[in-house]
Design a protein around this ligand. Structure first.
Ligand SMILES: Nc1ncnc2c1ncn2[C@@H]1O[C@H](COP(=O)(O)OP(=O)(O)OP(=O)(O)O)[C@@H](O)[C@H]1O
Ligand SMILES: [Mg+2]
Length: 368
């Protein structure tokens, strides 16, 4: 099947009308047509469609979204459902599944007088999957996800902030949307000398009133890096809580396996990387993995585990780590050998494999 002029015209029209769903439909059709003879470009189109969020201003949705009266900036943004998988430890998975089940079965819970607020609070360090969880919940529930733009909501005038919050809580239920209050602690951060405590209290109260105004079916997810900063009254309004930590060993193994090896890696290598990457976030592991795979594609070489290990070590020390995927210098190999062997008990045989060298060389590094 060839791309027809009609397909191209449909795409141009949809783009000019800022009709996002038609752009997707037309692009998907084109990708399908060209996949017969140019698979790479077809995949590129699919990947663009998957990754690009829709800028709401240009999509024509903006009219219907609440905006800040003064700046006209939208207070909400519709997020796309994520395409990458989510890895959770058993505790977090349990809360996640319970939450979904309670939302799905809310009618039954209501009929037994057991409905409660469907509010979930996600707290923990950056890059541990909070936003991803919100997206997965929306996807599983098949409901749109509206991210509250707290930077637009919080105006220099606290009166306007309260007004903005009210607009949001009026709007979301009409769309059957999941409301995602990202960085909800921003409200708490207003507690500085620019504002009076009384005024701040008004904003917090408006937020609380907003939460209380929602009916039993409303789903609100909030995320924070600093749960300690949250007002206790807000904290209490979120009966479901997931406290994220940097990923544990099993989770790190899953993350390496997925992001670096596309789920087809050598188990002993993933295990080693998992061991070494204690303290890194999911986002750190993802970024080292993607950078490595990019290098592999561009240099047409296989993954050089030594280089990944070196990036992991640098990253653990708080340095920015961009794996080169090139051959490591002897000095680097020696230092990795010593570290892995002495601190992590990695055997000489494994070290030889990781660093692409002989056991004799490893043994000589250790003697040096
Ligand atoms: N548990 C996880 N499972 C799968 N992927 C993860 C996980 N944690 C992090 N990632 C990867 O890292 C990316 C960033 O995660 P995310 O945006 O959800 O972090 P966050 O906790 O919301 O961070 P922040 O506090 O900075 O907003 C994700 O898109 C995903 O690719
Ligand atoms: Mg986030």
């Amino acid at each position: 099947m060839q791309v027809s002029s009609e397909d191209i015209i449909a795409l141009i029209e949809a783009s000019l009308e800022a009709n996002y769903s038609n752009v997707r439909t037309a692009s998907n059709k084109i990708a399908k047509c060209i996949s017969n003879y140019d698979l790479e470009s077809a995949q590129k189109i699919k990947s663009i469609l998957r990754k690009r969020g829709v800028p709401l201003q240009s999509s024509g949705y903006m009219e219907s979204l609440p905006v800040d009266m003064k700046s006209r900036a939208p207070l909400l943004e519709e997020a796309q459902w994520p395409v990458s998988p989510l890895f959770l430890n058993s505790e977090a998975k349990n809360v996640f599944q319970t939450f979904i089940a309670d939302v799905v079965n809310i009618e039954e819970l209501i009929s037994h007088g057991l409905a409660g607020r469907l509010n979930l609070l996600l707290s923990g360090p950056p890059g541990t999957g909070k936003t991803l969880v919100a997206g997965h919940i929306a996807a599983q529930l098949n409901r749109p996800l509206y991210i509250v733009r707290l930077d637009s909501v919080i105006s220099s005038l606290l009166g306007d902030t309260a007004k903005n919050l009210r607009q949001i809580f009026d709007f979301a239920p009409k769309k059957n949307a999941i409301l995602f209050l990202d960085e909800v602690d921003a409200v708490a951060k207003l507690r500085d000398d620019r504002h009076e405590l009384g005024e701040l209290k008004r904003v917090v109260n408006t937020l609380i009133q907003g939460l209380d105004s929602l009916d039993d079916h409303a789903v609100v997810i909030a995320a924070t890096n600093h749960s300690g900063l949250l007002d206790p009254a807000i904290w209490r309004r979120f009966p479901y809580k997931i406290n994220f930590q940097t990923p544990d060993y099993d989770l790190r193994q899953n993350l390496w396996s997925h992001f670096l090896f596309l789920d087809s890696g050598d188990e002993s290598i993933t295990a080693l990387l998992a061991k070494l990457s204690d303290g890194l976030s999911g986002a750190d592991i993802e970024s080292i993995s993607i950078a490595t795979r990019r290098k592999c594609v561009l240099t047409k070489m296989d993954i050089n585990i030594g280089s990944v290990v070196s990036a992991v070590i640098a990253s653990s020390l708080g340095n920015t780590a961009t794996p080169t995927n090139g051959e490591l210098s002897t000095v680097e190999k020696k230092s990795i050998t010593n570290l892995l062997h002495r601190t992590h008990g990695v055997t000489q045989v494994d070290l030889a494999r990781i660093l692409n060298t002989s056991r004799q060389t490893i043994s000589s590094y250790l003697k040096d």
